[in-house]
Design a protein around this ligand. Structure first.
Ligand code: SAM
Length: 262
């Protein structure tokens, strides 16, 4: 398969997932997002966004899903906010949620790899949260896109599940099921939805494991100098939440901030 074939398969799976989320979760979000103090930020994001200083900044979120996090960024004082997602249906949900929240957020349906030169150098911050990198077949290409989107001195804020989790299946505990250095994608289909495990998402999808050194190295190669990196004992994925209760834990998540110096 070519990279675009994987991305297209994943787009179909994410559209099916959006339909599942529309059955319940989005209805709750439609109500919650109208509250003036609505925010998805946890303690890590509150602390890091305070350091980054969101006020007036032009922000682009890659893999924005239904936009709830980007709407929180806008409500926290950011300037122009643009959400990019490959799923038509999540982009439609984002537009609707931003309308209900009465905030001006632009939503664009696109694969991150298809963002052309018209997007270059426009943003102070690229925001990427839990569960985006694994859908991307070409991580080096992705960090090239991130770097091009940023102005000089612009920053990347990445907050994601820890890649060591790709070695484990949550219901088997800390039994190594896959090499940390696996190159081939994990192929899934007929999987319980991560928000609503009683619903099954049928479409086949492809998840690409990337090592921490590929993530950090990808930043450095594209002129993104790390200014912050931390690992955490809390889970962001919902899939690995049970690991929070283990006495001897692997790292479950991490945050990374990098500044474009080129
Ligand atoms: C796990 S979700 C992100 C969830 C988000 N952090 C949240 O909590 O709402 C991953 C998102 O990445 C998007 N995605 C996957 N491949 C993509 C690509 N090539 N370009 C843009 N978005 C992509 C999916 O459509 C999906 O909405």
């Amino acid at each position: 398969m070519e990279p675009n074939d994987y991305i297209e398969a994943n787009r179909i799976m994410w559209n099916e997932t959006a339909d599942v989320h529309a059955l319940g979760y989005v209805t709750e979000l439609q109500k919650a997002i109208q509250a003036p103090n609505f925010s998805t930020f946890d303690e890590v994001e509150k602390r890091l966004f305070a350091q980054i200083e969101l006020s007036g900044k032009a922000v682009i979120q890659l893999g924005c899903n239904n936009g709830r996090e980007l709407i929180s960024v806008k409500k926290a004082g950011a300037g122009r906010c643009v959400g990019i997602d490959v799923s038509d249906k999540f982009i439609a949900q984002g537009r609707q949620l931003a309308g209900l929240a009465h905030v001006a957020v632009e939503f664009v349906r696109s694969s991150v790899y298809d963002l052309g030169p018209e997007w270059e150098g426009q943003f102070d911050l690229v925001y990427v949260t839990i569960g985006v990198l694994g859908w991307l077949p070409d991580l080096d290409g992705f960090f090239g896109v991130v770097s091009r989107l940023l102005r000089r001195d612009g920053q990347l804020f990445l907050y994601d599940m820890h890649p060591i989790l790709n070695m484990f299946e949550v219901d088997k505990g800390l039994v190594v099921e896959a090499s940390y250095f696996q190159r081939e994608p994990f192929v899934d289909g007929e999987e319980p939805d991560y928000m609503n495990p009683t619903q099954v998402v049928k479409a086949v999808s492809y998840w690409f494991p990337h090592t921490l050194s590929e993530i950090i190295g990808g930043c450095l190669k594209h002129g993104l100098q790390l200014t912050h990196f931390e690992e955490y004992e809390h889970d962001l994925s919902m899939v690995y939440a049970a690991f929070e209760q283990l006495a001897k834990k692997p790292p479950l998540s991490y945050s990374l901030v990098a500044r474009k110096t080129l």
